[in-house]
Design a protein around this ligand. Structure first.
Ligand SMILES: NC(=O)CC[C@H](N)C(=O)O
Length: 310
């Protein structure tokens, strides 16, 4: 069991916050361009009914963006099983940027390489049960409410609308996959669900709790009640290791060595085996779209606490 307390978090966040100057806030989603690069926060949610530790603006809410890809994958696996899900999406890293379209044309048969890139996540979201986009969004929100133990979790309407109005690349990916039978039904409805799942808002304490459920093999970190089947948690964690940090996943595995997932809002969740979940937020991003402050914080903490699973 690796102990981490508030003093650690304060110390390391103070140490790395200067790196925000080296990054840029995502602006391809207009509503995200308004984020303040100097905001930062981190939280550690321990397994075993102990207090969450945090530092920085820990009550600040942000949208989860690509972190939602792990959650919709978990939901699709629960609803349809591995065979059905992996008939539509692959299990291999792509080494391309998360929004890339090129491998969809090159791979034969054409199926997105993994569920952590946009194409794969869109294919997974397309599988979520529901009679329409509203019910599908509600299914996803209910999973996030379960994992955060907070029934008030919602999505940010302005961020969702802003992405929906400008998601030309995600529409292109979806139409390409519809042509190849990977996606069925209305692309506009799919984009409606996808942009809303990306716009679900949490703070670092809530995100750290989600990571803690994965660290506890799918069980509630406080009560040990099963929330996700352990094999689903295992598949999700494996994808976080191989593809969770986009085309920086290999470097991250060497430098930090834990399952993690980032989102372009500037959030990262990290899973520390049998210990707990760590979340960090800092909206200034590096070239690959990962939070600069988050990457430095995770690297320093992983070195200090010997977190690497390798
Ligand atoms: N990397 C991300 O966080 C991408 C999520 C974003 N909503 C998109 O599809 O572009």
């Amino acid at each position: 069991m690796i102990e981490i307390d508030e003093k650690d978090l304060h110390y390391w966040l103070e140490h790395v916050k200067i790196y925000a100057n080296n990054g840029k806030v995502a602006d391809y989603i207009p509503a995200l361009a308004n984020q303040q690069p100097e905001i930062n926060a981190t939280a550690f949610y321990p397994i075993g009914d102990k207090e969450v530790a945090c530092a920085g603006q820990a009550d600040y809410s942000f949208t989860i963006q690509s972190v939602s890809k792990v959650l919709t994958l978990a939901l699709a696996l629960i609803q349809h099983g591995e065979q059905a899900v992996f008939s539509r999406v692959g299990k291999e890293p792509s080494s391309d940027p998360f929004y890339s379209i090129q491998k969809l044309e090159v791979e034969k048969p054409s199926k997105p390489l993994n569920p952590m890139i946009n194409a794969g996540a869109l294919a997974v979201t397309n599988m979520i049960r529901g009679r329409g986009s509203e019910e599908m969004v509600e299914e996803i929100l209910n999973l996030v409410r379960l994992l955060t133990d907070d029934p008030s979790i919602e999505y940010d309407e302005e961020v969702a609308r802003s992405e929906f109005e400008t998601a030309f690349l995600n529409r292109a990916l979806s139409y390409f996959m519809k042509q190849n039978g990977i996606i069925t039904g209305s692309v506009e409805e799919l984009l409606d669900v996808y942009t809303k799942q990306c716009a679900i808002t949490v703070n670092v304490k809530q995100l750290a709790r989600i990571a803690a459920v994965f660290a506890n093999d799918g069980k509630d970190p406080d009560t040990n009640q099963p929330l996700l089947p352990s094999h689903v948690a295992r598949v999700c964690k494996t994808f976080m290791v191989t593809c969770g940090m986009y085309d920086a996943s290999g470097t991250f595995a060497i430098n930090v060595g834990i399952p993690a997932k980032s989102g372009v809002s500037g959030c990262i969740m990290g899973v520390i085996k049998e210990s707990g979940g760590l979340a960090v937020f800092g909206p200034a991003l590096d070239e690959q779209g990962n939070s600069v402050v988050g990457m430095h914080l995770l690297k320093d903490l992983a070195d200090d606490k010997r977190w690497s699973i390798f």
